[in-house]
Design a protein around this ligand. Structure first.
Ligand SMILES: Nc1ncnc2c1ncn2[C@@H]1O[C@H](COP(=O)(O)OP(=O)(O)OP(=O)(O)O)[C@@H](O)[C@H]1O
Ligand SMILES: [Mg+2]
Length: 254
């Protein structure tokens, strides 16, 4: 079981990258996968062709409120971790042949939600044992990740765009990982679709992390996203898809 987290500035192509990784792993027979959408805007589900609302699924935030914050119910005496875990299985987790899906929903971290947060972490720790890969789309940042999801991950992918702020983002992510004590094995740099390839060497040297490659800029993918089509249905010779395959080969996943 490996946990892969994708981070980066807004609009760098994080969710698309997670969608394309999903396609790579499925087509390479590396399932079951768990996708975790940590973005309150919830774009990832559409990119992999699912509609959680239509499937009758709730976000983790909704389940947390239902389980711990709204009073009532008959679960008194059941430990918090078990309470939220059974809710997630029953009402949160979307299941399909190749991948399962969880959306975190809006944040509930403001205020004193230590109990729900740690209950959720416990529940997820037990739930994720069933999967080969956990792919987390994490625009909210590493601090939220540690508090609510996991303090230990395998690889972090930071997607760079064409601005200097991207480099600052990497530094900031590093600092935060240290501050909030997130443990990881690898911190990789990935060129987003707008990242100029000729900067790769310089960025790799100045940041001192391995650069895995660039996600190709691809009009077909952009049209799929615009029209709400599943990226899993992209043709297998699609430019962006094949570039992500190469990135996963460089990270030794394929
Ligand atoms: N490889 C690509 N080629 C061309 N366009 C792309 C590519 N990847 C993403 N895009 C486009 O860039 C926009 C942002 O993509 P995406 O939603 O994946 O980014 P994000 O980093 O997840 O954004 P956010 O920070 O809002 O969550 C979308 O319109 C998408 O179609
Ligand atoms: Mg996104």
């Amino acid at each position: 079981m490996k946990t892969l987290v994708t981070i980066g500035r807004g609009g760098t192509g994080k969710s698309s990258f997670v969608g394309l990784m999903t396609k790579c792993f499925i087509e390479n027979g590396q399932s079951p996968l768990l996708l975790v959408d940590a973005d309150p805007d919830q774009n990832l589900s559409e990119m992999v062709g699912i509609d959680l609302k239509a499937e009758g699924k709730s976000t983790i935030a909704e389940l947390i409120v239902k389980t711990f914050i709204t009073k009532g119910g008959t679960t008194v005496g059941v430990p918090p971790t078990e309470r939220i875990e059974s809710k997630i299985w029953a009402e949160g987790l979307y299941e399909s042949d190749n991948f399962d899906f969880l959306a975190l929903g809006t944040k509930w971290v403001e205020g004193c939600y230590c109990m729900p947060n740690s209950a959720l972490k416990g529940a997820l720790a037990s739930l994720i044992k069933n999967y080969r890969y956990i792919l987390i789309d994490s625009p909210a940042g590493l601090e939220h990740l540690n508090r609510r999801i996991a303090s230990k991950v395998d690889d972090i992918f930071d997607i760079l765009d064409h601005s200097k702020k991207s480099v600052d983002h990497v530094k900031r992510a590093q600092r935060i990982a240290k501050e909030v004590e997130i443990v990881y094995n690898n911190f990789y740099l990935i060129g987003g679709y707008r990242f100029p390839s000729d900067l790769a060497n310089r960025v790799e040297k100045s940041l001192n992390f391995k650069y895995l490659g660039k996600i190709a800029s691809d009009k077909v993918l952009d049209d799929y996203v615009l029209n709400g089509k599943s990226l899993l249905e992209l043709p297998s010779d699609n430019l962006a898809y094949t570039s992500v395959k190469k990135i996963l080969v460089a990270a030794k996943y394929l």
